[in-house]
Structure formats: structure tokens, C-alpha cells
Design a protein around this ligand. Sequence first.
Ligand code: ZN
Ligand code: ZN
Length: 186
Amino acid sequence: MSTPHTYFLQFIRAFFHRPRKLVTKSDTIEPDEESVLNSCSSPHPSCLFCGVSKERGFSVVWENEVFAVFTDIDPASEHHLQLVPKHHIGKLSPLRDMVEIAHNILDGLAVPPHLRRIGFHIPPYISVPHLHMHIQALPYRSIFRKLKYPVVAGWSGREKGVSWFVDAEQAVRILEKGSQVRILPC
Ligand SMILES: [Zn+2]
Ligand SMILES: [Zn+2]
């Protein structure tokens, strides 16, 4: 029987089995700029994205034991899906697994690589305090939709510039530099 607790332990193991560099001062991430949102660590019965399922009205297109992918209720682009863990998983994010699932979904939709956008909103630009990855096929439906998901490259050795959205590959590289994933209070 799998519980959120056992998922949490699985992710801890997966995380520490990955090669990690030592954190140096220059690798330290400013929370406002480069933190990746993660779910709150305690159970949250009223959370919108806890226990995403067809029964709860989500249009789920793919799921396994841990994750669900569903169509965004107000798509910003031709294909706009969200990938969420089914439970809150603490501060450790299985990002690589999520990126792989996202690309598999986009492969299935025949979206060419240069039209893929995969990433996360950054606090305080968070609509639901539960880790959710946006999976999109460009172009956006309007300039206003586009402004919600800006990917900005970093400068002078920093992975990411200032914006309220982080590309999943940027997030993976930030984690590989040894930075911690931040938890928002809920
Ligand atoms: Zn939740
Ligand atoms: Zn979001």
C-alpha cells in the first residue's frame, strides 16, 4: 500500500542517488529569482490539486501511481497541460521524471521540440500552492498569455534571469548546482 509518506521516501532516495556538486557561494540561489515552487510538506485536504482525478472533474490524459497530467481548464496555447504529483511530496522534487513525462506527452501530440515550453511558476506568481508543471505547445493564444510564462536566460554565470516562470531545464540545472528547492507555506 503506497502512501504519501512512502512516495516521500522514494523521492528522498532518488534525490540522493543523483550525483551532486558541493554548494559554493556563487551557486547560492536568491529565493526570489531562482527558487522552484514545490508543494507544502503537510497534508492539505482543501488543496485543488491534491488527488487530481477524472472523478473530481479534471480531464486527465495520462497518469501513473505518482503523477497525473490533465488539460488546463483555460489553455494559453494550442496544447496546454499540467503535470502534478498526486500528493504533496515535501521539498524534494522529482524534476527529471517530470520532464521526461512532459516530453513523452508532447511526443504523443507530435509537437516539434522548438515549440515546446515546459516549466513552473515562481512565487509569488503562484495560483495553486501545489507543485504543477506547465506543458505547452507554442504559440500562445495572445500576447497576454505569453506574458504569463516568460523564460529569461541568466547572465554572469547565473542560470536564470529575473522572471516569474522557470523553464524545466533551467530548474534541473539549478538543482544540479546543489540549490535547495523551496517550500511555500500553505
Ligand atoms: Zn495539494
Ligand atoms: Zn502555474
